[in-house]
Design a protein around this ligand. Structure first.
Ligand code: HGY
Ligand code: MN
Ligand code: MN
Length: 417
């Protein structure tokens, strides 16, 4: 029985390890909210600008050719992706995103971007000469924290979201994405499907911190991602009538909060009945005064589950319940069941030694958008000992991060040889 070359058990060489740690340290303070220990790195803000500048500098340091696509996603290439695509050998892309949810963790996104850059360091240190270009991407606005639609960067370049819709999305202050792009020095009229960019990608492997407990329970540092649950976001608008909280008789009140509250509690029970998950994690109350009866409440539902029809049934039941309060419900995003390229996923597993676990996830990723667009795509997950994500508690041990880089370098070497 040949010695199992299980890459996750191989530590990262000292040079790339130091490079990972240094880049990780550089990123730590950017967008850190001291009061919570979480990150606020939202699309087209000052923090996002700093992160994009950091990415550009790290790519320049490696002599990678940095391009920005029609949506503003940053792509750094080792090798000529256009010549390779023309020759029928499109590139191998890795990377992820640098933005966060409000008070999110340090690893969701950045781990994939830093690991992609260090994987190139590893391959170069090993004297590897790729026969395909290798690219590292920083997708913009993956979390949709500011404008409300997740994976906006990958959705626009694949046509999964129209440029017009993207431009018209607004943040909590009513600033449109078009205005935010202009403020960031970008031309919003450039937005759209980007065939030139997509043509360069032969396959995409996104390394990401695991956002659950799978690897803890399995006792492995790295897993191969196989699929993403169907999931979506729905906006619930509950009408009411502003009035005095003290002088208005109960029978005269049209309190928008009641329908909202009922729907929040129902989301948990209806999801549980159908083997799904659901939460309403964001709410806006108008006028928002303690002594004013709410005239309008907007809540955003996030629901997901292993079976598409069950998720749809959860949303349908919650919608009809909310409509009894006069609410209107708007689907803001939907991602169908995503099966990654199983041939690619198995190839990653075999390259890493046959026992590497293969896991599905309930978290959405740009990898899912590319996969649904027909790009051969798979993921690698790195163990998160807390199992917590979208929280300052999100974590990955440095040793497991290094093992993730070693695994990513190994699979890229196999795919780009
Ligand atoms: O919502 C998600 O699953 C991803 O983190 N955007
Ligand atoms: Mn996330
Ligand atoms: Mn992510």
């Amino acid at each position: 029985m040949p010695e199992r070359t299980d890459v996750p058990s191989l530590p990262l060489a000292a040079g790339p390890q130091a490079s990972f740690d240094a880049m990780w340290a550089d990123l730590q303070p950017v967008g850190l909210e001291a009061s919570t220990g979480g990150y606020r790195r939202f699309a087209w803000t000052g923090e996002d600008h700093d992160l994009r500048e950091w990415f550009a500098a790290e790519c320049a340091r490696r002599g990678l050719d940095l391009t920005t696509d029609r949506m503003g996603n940053q792509w750094a290439w080792w090798g000529d992706p256009d010549a390779a695509a023309a020759a029928g050998r499109p590139g191998v892309a890795v990377g992820s995103h640098l933005d966060s949810v409000p008070d999110g963790g340090a690893f969701d996104g950045p781990l994939g971007v830093v690991s992609g850059l260090v994987a190139i360091d590893v391959l170069r240190e090993n004297g590897f000469a790729p026969s395909r270009p290798i690219g590292v991407v920083n997708f913009v606005d993956e979390e949709g924290a500011r404008f409300g639609v997740a994976c906006a960067g990958s959705r626009v370049i694949t046509g999964a979201m129209s440029a017009d819709r993207a431009r018209s999305l607004t943040d909590a202050d009513g600033v449109s994405m078009a205005e935010a792009l202009r403020s960031a020095g970008r031309d919003p009229s450039a937005l759209g499907r980007d065939e030139e960019t997509l043509r360069r990608i032969g396959c995409f492997v996104e390394l990401h911190v695991e956002q659950g407990r799978g690897l803890i329970d399995l006792g492995h540092p790295v897993a191969v991602g196989t699929d993403i649950w169907p999931h979506g976001r729905w906006r619930f608008d509950f009408p009411g009538a502003a009035n005095h909280a003290g002088t208005t008789r109960l029978e005269d009140r049209q309190d928008a909060m009641l329908g909202y509250a009922d729907t929040v509690l129902a989301a948990r029970s209806v999801a549980a009945q159908r083997g799904c998950v659901a939460t309403i994690g964001k709410v806006v109350v108008e006028p928002g005064g303690v002594n004013a009866i709410p005239s309008h409440v907007t809540g955003w539902l996030d629901s997901r589950g292993p079976v598409e029809s069950d998720v749809r049934a959860v949303v349908a039941e919650l919608s009809s319940r909310a409509e009894t309060y006069g609410a209107t419900v708007t689907e803001e995003s939907w991602t169908t069941t995503t099966r990654f390229d199983q041939t690619l996923a198995v190839r990653l597993r075999d390259t890493l030694g046959g026992e590497v676990p293969m896991l599905g996830t309930g978290a959405g990723h740009d990898a899912g958008v590319l996969a649904n667009h027909g790009v051969p795509t798979a993921m690698l997950f790195v163990r998160n000992p807390t199992g917590i994500s979208h929280s300052p508690e999100e974590f990955a041990e440095a040793e497991d991060c290094h093992r993730g880089v070693a695994a990513l370098a190994r699979v890229v070497e196999d795919l780009a040889r």
